[in-house]
Design a binder for this molecule. Sequence first.
Ligand SMILES: [Zn+2]
Length: 218
Amino acid sequence: MSASQNGWSAGPGMILRPLVVGGIAFVPGIRHDDDVHTVLGYVADQFHTRVEPLRNPGCWGYAFRENRNDPNALSNHASGTAIDCNAPAHPNGVPTNRTFTPKQVAEVHKILAEVDHTVRWGGDYTGTPDAMHFEIDTTPARLAAVADRIRNQEDDMFTDEDRADLKATRKVTERTREGSFKRDKAILAGLDEIAETSTKTARKSQVAALKKLFEDES
Ligand SMILES: [Zn+2]
């Protein structure tokens, strides 16, 4: 198997994993790798919320092809470690500052700093700019560390408010359960009364069967 420009293994017909951000799919998917998915997913998600909403069509992932700006190397799309965001709005070769405002450029740089620059932006290329393009630019080991941190960060985003909500929901559930238990007991008590006032053996056995049914349920 050969490697793409960033050193990640590349080949035709790779096994892919879907990447969907803000309801927009990166077609046809990206590398089947948790860390690549976490980090590229983070960048795409932040791009979508902080820079520019993702649009369809125009978000691309895996493609087995050479690098458009260096025909001697395989594109990082060929290893499933690169994505294009809103391709028609930011064509390859068009200077970055023509399709992004300085504020947007600054925001992209902030996002890349948040992933410890394990992702490189085509908008920063010193040669031909490719502002739609983001690619993994590190080793699997270093990427794993950053991906771990992002996943933990996402756990931290489970706020105290969320925890309070969960606690309240649990309380309601418990109360409902207690309530239905009480109701069952009331029914049983009612049945006891029927059983005691009834003189007919048939009714007594019927009541006993009903009681057993309720007892089995609780
Ligand atoms: Zn690209």
